[in-house]
Design a protein around this ligand. Structure first.
Ligand code: DGJ
Length: 542
């Protein structure tokens, strides 16, 4: 009775606190035409300038109000990724309490940000640590995954129908609650299903339920996908699938650890697909899963096995077609290496987690420009290096820039007219053919007069580059120097003009004409690594 009363009050509170009622807009959705995917929110294309909360922050509204909202307000974010904890919303079976979720939605509205909710359900980073007490303690009903040596894990086996039933019930109740309080305003714009799903400490589960499936035939749904997408499969699958179209997992993929990983990935993907479909049937929000990446030189199980990692994207696409995308969490260097496999026509790019460090600003620019990303999100966003001045974070400066060029990003996403650059000490230059010229991009520190050159500081450089017409470029970036060469032999490229520009509500506002020292007497376009700005250059050949 008490709980129901509190929930009803929370719903009333959320409704009363609506700051921007966007009544009657369509439910947030992905709109795809050709190579272009737009994320439509409140009937407009939306780009997520995101940040993900540290795992435990959203478990206390009081903590959020004191420590989180005031900090993140200053970083130019328009989206917060926040967990929803199964253990808190269903403390006893079938009794749901959405107070914390509803308070979060209400506070997000007050702070003028959207929410991506992360369902910390059956698994969070492989483990079943967020399932409620009544599940944790009932190991007869919710059977555990077993390691190869027969040890029980704190992971409920994905082969358990009881687990799926309970997970679906809670997930549907969550979506029903969101729909009830939010279908008109759309503060909640997307759902992450589970978190970094993967198996440990071996490549697969060895429980009796899993063993039975492992000895069975590979399902037709997977074989059809492999057959229909034979040419474009990831190199890993091309290597391990022997082309056979019937048989067991080892008969198709070999008697090796990767066959086990593929098997486990299939059953995770199909589990998630059922969960996502059940949730979407209640409230059709876009849904995705995030990946804990595999470590170079480690075997499945040494790294969290079977998640939607680059090697297994096709298994996940085949098993979970209901998902709108698969998204990598980046905690390693080599940003391009890890993210580019996700840039596919069947998969828009979203970086839901990136270690919150000084590189995130430049990497976000690269993600929006080169990978045509729909969003980016450093992890533990409420913990900037300087808690008193979060606006000094590179991500804040980047998001200011991204916010101003959002109409351009939306216009050129999915076209050949937008690309990105990422430069650092290890890769101080890059060359690309783009917009009718060859572009030579160098890090700002390559200039002899760069002030950071001598003190050894290498702020990462990056840019979104858009070429509306051949020989014209809009460069939104930091720490880069661009020179140009024509594609025609025996000619040279010259700069007609460079203008400093800003954008306000999609309108271009010209600033200074940049010439003389600012473009090295017509030799290059330069943006210092201490600055985040947009310049527009027009070229000619002679
Ligand atoms: C990745 C997980 O998805 C996050 O929830 C968090 O645990 C981070 N790792 C911590 O680095």
């Amino acid at each position: 009775m008490n709980r129901l009363f509190i929930a009803a009050m929370a719903i009333m509170l959320v409704c009363a606190c609506s700051t921007s009622p966007n009544i009657n807009t369509t439910t947030p959705h992905f709109e795809k035409s050709g190579n272009k995917t737009q994320f439509i929110v409140n009937d407009e294309p939306f780009i997520m300038r995101g940040g993900e909360l540290a795992n435990s922050s959203a478990s206390s509204t009081k903590y959020m109000r004191k420590n989180v909202w005031p900090t993140i307000k200053k970083m130019g974010l328009n989206t917060i990724l926040s967990p929803v904890y199964w253990e808190l919303i269903e403390p006893t079976e079938n009794n749901f309490d959405f107070t914390s979720v509803n308070e979060l939605i209400s506070d997000a509205r007050k702070n003028n940000v959207k929410l991506v909710l992360l369902w910390f359900g059956a698994w969070k980073n492989s483990m079943s640590c967020y399932v409620p007490e009544w599940m944790k303690t009932d190991t007869a009903r919710f059977q555990r995954a077993l390691s190869q040596n027969g040890e029980k894990q704190e992971i409920i086996t994905p082969f358990s129908q009881e687990l799926l039933n309970a997970d679906e019930k809670a997930f549907k109740a969550l979506l029903e609650n969101i729909k009830t309080i939010d279908k008109e305003q759309n503060t909640v714009i997307m759902i992450q299903v589970e978190n970094e799903i993967a198996m440990l400490p071996n490549a697969r589960d060895y429980s009796a339920l899993a063993q039975k499936e492992f000895e069975s035939a590979v399902p037709l749904q997977l074989i059809d996908y492999l057959t229909n997408n034979k040419e474009t499969l990831t190199p890993h699958l091309k290597k391990y699938w022997n082309g056979a179209t019937q048989g067991t997992w080892t008969e198709l993929f070999g008697n090796n650890i990767y066959a086990e990983e593929i098997f486990q990935a299939w059953f995770y993907a199909t589990y998630v697909d059922k969960l996502a479909a059940a949730g979407k049937a209640v409230y059709n929000l876009p849904m995705y899963v995030n990946a804990a990446l595999n470590r170079a030189g480690k075997l499945p199980g040494e790294y969290p096995s079977s998640g939607p990692i680059p090697n297994l994207i096709d298994i996940w696409k085949a098993g979970a077609p209901t998902l709108d995308m698969l998204s990598p969490d980046i905690y390693f260097s080599e940003f391009d290496y890890w993210t580019s496999p996700y840039f596919r026509t069947d998969n828009p790019v979203f970086i839901p987690e990136h270690q919150f460090d000084a590189t995130v600003g430049a990497k976000a620019l690269y993600a929006f420009g080169k990978l045509h990303a729909l969003g980016f999100s450093p992890f533990s966003i409420e913990n900037p290096r300087d808690k008193n001045n979060p606006e000094n974070e590179e991500i804040a400066k980047c998001y200011n820039l991204i916010s101003s060029i959002t109409p351009l990003l939306n216009k050129y996403r999915g076209t050949e007219k937008m690309t990105g650059i990422l430069l650092d000490k290890e890769k101080p230059s890059d060359t690309l053919q783009f917009g009718g010229y060859q572009l030579i991009a160098k890090h700002y520190n390559t200039l002899s007069w760069a002030s950071n050159k001598n003190n050894g500081t290498w702020n990462m450089g990056g840019a979104v580059i858009i070429s509306p017409n051949d020989g014209e470029y809009i460069v939104a970036g930091t720490g880069i120097v661009l020179t140009f060469k024509p594609l025609i032999k025996n000619r040279k490229a010259g700069i007609i003009s460079i203008d400093e520009v800003k954008y306000k509500n999609g309108k271009e506002i010209l600033g200074r004409r940049l010439n003389g020292d600012e473009d090295h007497q017509g030799r290059h376009l330069a943006i210092s690594d201490e600055s985040w700005e947009v310049q527009k250059v027009k070229l000619y050949t002679y």
